[in-house]
Design a protein around this ligand. Structure first.
Ligand SMILES: Cc1cc2nc3c(=O)[nH]c(=O)nc-3n(C[C@H](O)[C@H](O)[C@H](O)COP(=O)(O)OP(=O)(O)OC[C@H]3O[C@@H](n4cnc5c(N)ncnc54)[C@H](O)[C@@H]3O)c2cc1C
Length: 463
């Protein structure tokens, strides 16, 4: 009997799953998930994501039961556990989805090297596989627009359906699904999205029905919350990005939305080509960041005195999610107004975001900080102007910053301009920095850094 193993990683679905479909062609298949002790012991095992993962695994198990199978769960060293499961059932092949983070890629390579297992790596995490398209003479696209043009013209694989049936050999028994408290200390955010393919497909359906047509005009509307909120489901593969593309194709609003999906693939290919960019500057300017723990603490707590920044930071803790515009505003505030290292912000986001993952998080952080694919040092967000523009009536701020709930309309973005008596009644801090002064200082530093780089280049050329 031909038996195969399919190892689920962050592809927790049964629709459009190339690795699952390939494994399902064998006589019997072990659908396996391994809780990797390396991840569980690491800094990114956080309640919001691990809770979402557990719900997604429960949902996946139920889907597999509906196909006549079940999910086999193990825990330990990922490579050793996968190899042991394959050996226990005499499997000839192990199927796994390709991935982009340095950690995931090393893990797959280690599995390939493990004796006795033929590892077949499949697409499924991205629409266009990283590095499937490259510009002439370069190893990856460093600029988004040319990548987007090529991405649009790249032929896609066919969309796959759900396998008709999954026959799991009796021999292979795993452990029961652990409880959250067995895996990680701490609580999830109170308003976090539910995990699982079923919830993800429902979220996508609701978005297509209610908000896709207006996406182009409204995606930056902070209080309107008019984006899809499917990022967590893409993060854990509860939705296939290709399936999402097929679902929206040809509908009003699809074009600007699909462009955003392309950013996800863009950063994936950047990270695969430059694994060091996970935590090192993609393009370094030689920044000498401030060391200011008090300012960082105020930022994390949402107590900077800039209402829209504080609303974003409160939304992060409350929902494990932040609107994209608000992510950019608050990241700009950390790296430009406070001139704090983008890595501090990226780590904090990864502590809380359900959709948090290295490629999208860290390279978006670098984009905002000016160390990434876009090094324009003049891309600076004025937090007050951004608030007034994208939250003109102040509803986003009041939703997340209860201390400002009594301030009506757009005045909420400038508490310092309120009548003194009204201001005095608010339990809300003064701005921790003056935006104008902070940005003037930031620009001086950048001018100085550019001059030093030019001098160093001149020296190098002369030498
Ligand atoms: C500082 C910072 C950190 C970020 N961290 C993450 C992260 O950890 N994980 C993550 O998935 N996204 C991250 N993003 C990108 C973006 O903010 C989120 O993908 C988006 O807000 C998710 O909401 P949505 O699903 O409603 O997006 P929609 O607007 O509905 O977009 C649809 C999908 O397109 C993709 N997408 C949209 N914008 C971007 C973008 N700028 N870069 C890459 N993909 C994008 C996402 O997969 C998203 O789900 C970050 C952005 C910034 C500025």
């Amino acid at each position: 009997m031909d038996t195969a193993v399919v190892v689920f990683t962050r592809d927790l679905r049964v629709h459009d799953h190339p690795a699952l479909s390939a494994a399902a062609r064998a006589d019997a298949v072990v659908p396996l998930f391994v809780f990797d002790d390396g991840i569980l012991a690491g800094p990114f095992n956080r309640p919001n994501r691990t809770g979402f993962l557990l719900e997604s695994l429960t949902d996946l198990h139920e889907s597999l039961v509906g196909l006549g199978g079940r999910l086999v769960v193990r825990r330990g060293d990922w490579v050793a556990e996968v190899a042991a499961a394959a050996a226990a059932v005499g499997a000839r092949s192990v199927h796994v989805s390709d991935d982009v983070s340095p950690f995931a890629r090393r893990r797959i390579e280690a599995l390939r090297a493990a004796a006795g297992v033929t590892v077949e790596v499949h697409p499924g995490v991205n629409v266009v596989e990283p590095l499937a398209v490259t510009p002439n003479g370069k190893d990856h696209f460093q600029v988004f627009t040319p990548y987007h043009n090529r991405w649009q013209a790249t032929p896609r694989r066919s969309l796959l359906g759900v396998p008709a049936a999954i026959a799991v050999p009796d021999a292979e028994v795993g452990i029961d699904l652990p409880r959250l408290a067995d895996l990680v200390a701490g609580d999830r955010s109170p308003a976090v999205a539910p995990g699982g393919e079923t919830a993800g497909r429902a979220a996508l359906t609701a978005f297509v029905r209610e908000r896709l047509a207006g996406y182009g005009d409204r995606h930056d509307d902070l209080p309107g919350d008019a984006t899809s909120r499917i990022a967590p489901y893409l993060r854990f593969g509860c939705l296939s990005p290709l399936d999402v593309l097929h679902t929206v194709a040809g509908r009003p609003g699809a074009e600007p939305f699909v462009r955003q999906l392309c950013w996800r693939d863009f950063y994936a290919q950047c990270l695969v080509a430059r694994p060091r960019a996970a935590w090192a500057d993609y393009r370094t300017r030689g920044d000498d960041w401030n060391d200011d723990p008090a300012a960082f603490a105020a930022w994390t707590a949402g107590l900077t005195g800039y209402p829209v920044v504080d609303a974003a930071m409160r939304q992060l803790r409350q929902e494990g999610f932040v609107h994209n515009r608000a992510r950019m505003i608050t990241a700009s505030f950390l790296t430009k107004d406070l001139y704090l290292d983008w890595r501090l912000g990226a780590r904090w986001f990864l502590d809380w975001l359900v959709d948090g993952e290295i490629a999208n998080n860290n390279l978006n952080w670098q984009w905002t900080a000016g160390t990434g694919t876009d090094t324009n040092p003049h891309r600076i967000f004025n937090p007050t102007v951004q608030g007034q523009r994208f939250d003109p009536d102040g509803d986003y701020v009041r939703r997340y910053v209860p201390e400002l709930a009594s301030v009506a309309g757009g005045a909420v973005h400038e508490p310092w301009n309120l009548p003194p008596l009204e201001r005095a009644l608010l339990d809300y801090p003064e701005p921790i920095v003056d935006h104008r002064a902070a940005i003037a200082e930031y620009k001086d530093r950048q001018a100085d850094l550019s001059a030093r780089r030019r001098a160093a280049d001149a020296d190098a050329n002369a030498g």
